[in-house]
Design a protein around this ligand. Sequence first.
Ligand code: UDX
Length: 448
Amino acid sequence: MKVVIVGTGYVGLVTGACLAEVGTSVVCVDVDAAKIARLQKGLLPIYEPGLPEIVMRNQQSGGLSFTTSLASALPGAEVVFIAVGTPPGEDGSADLQYVLQVAHEVGQHMDHYLLVVTKSTVPVGTAARVNRAIKESLSARQRIIEYDVASNPEFLKEGAAVNDFLKPDRIVAGVNTTHAREVLEQLYRPFVLNGHPLLFMDVASAEMTKYAANAMLATRISYMNDMANVCTLVGADINQVRKGIGSDPRIGKHFLYPGIGYGGSCFPKDVKALIRTGREYGYQLRILEAVEAVNEDQKQLLADKVIRHFDGNISGRSFAIWGLSFKPNTDDMREAPSLILIERLLAAGAQVRVYDPVAMEEALPLLGNSVTFADDMYAAATDADAILLVTEWNAFRMPDWQRLKGLLQSPVLFDGRNIYDDVHLVKQGFTYYGIGNTAATAVNALMQ
Ligand code: UDX
């Protein structure tokens, strides 16, 4: 089967590479000529573990190719995936201009039956608009060609995208015709051999599933951040509470980690878009409004703690930031909480030295020379008044604490992800702050 994928961002590139990996013939299309030229040389626009190898292998075998021309990609194709960006507009709604533009172009160039599949996260009703756009283009050409429109949202996590695609928990497909169902069944057969389901449903339900999933996960995080903040007030330890509640299989132990707020390209955008959809239909999604508000506050929490520790004045002080990307194993800086934290510290007159194992190149245009980019985690900590752990990269998990004590002005650590053994650190002579009154707070108190 031949498949065309329009859009070579996270979703498009991973989809294209992984479909090619199981023997589908794939052509990836993007309007960005520079990006396509780089991809043709095997150079990827994103950092994603495992992806370069798959792209390279399938490019060499001829199963995966890149072009800027949709028209030249369409002959012989059976399926077209639309995987272009849907950035949030001013009002929080997903901006569909790129999706609809692609739909129009498909209508302008198609010459035989096509299954057109929306893979970008798009609001309920988008497949219907894609359908109309194709129809308009066809009637402008005075052509009658059959096609179907389906919705197939993607659930991949950045940093684990290849594995998520190759071994999905489930694949969701919204279809209107038996033929569309059969085509997708054939396309995805290699991925559901592990027994995980390919769930067929109507198009609107598939579109809604993606938002409902991301909004539920964002809700879990804001809920745990709220619980962590109450733990601080009542003297409980969120790490213990997390383990205690996560042992209940109805709750489950995953995705219960408090931190400095969720970021990335999906949660903030999708929560906003779903709130907006609710409003359009006259329904106020009160839980999600609270999820968003809690997240906004949580992004300020670490800066608040730092300023409080230094008695309200951090002017002239210097801080080491460990980690910049919104989560580990990605260089993605979209909606990264590190940016808000750094902005607060700089506004209060502090100096900031940052280190991230992968994301510094992405962060450079955003931070410019307002901060110093360090060569490693120890260089960032040299002469600093405190370390602020922002992204839980593995590289930060087991530092040489005694060496750090020698480098720092004062041994203070703000752990934005609760990754360290707090009691151990206090015994090493560090002042430790976690999220949600971890055990060290009690040890700190005992020692005073
Ligand atoms: C998410 C969804 O997981 C994925 O299914 C969807 O397709 C796209 O959005 P992603 O944005 O790559 O994927 O990141 P994810 O690993 O889900 O983390 C999102 C944010 O939540 C990060 O900022 C992360 O630090 C935060 N998070 C996650 C927590 O604060 N606590 C947790 O327990 C889990």
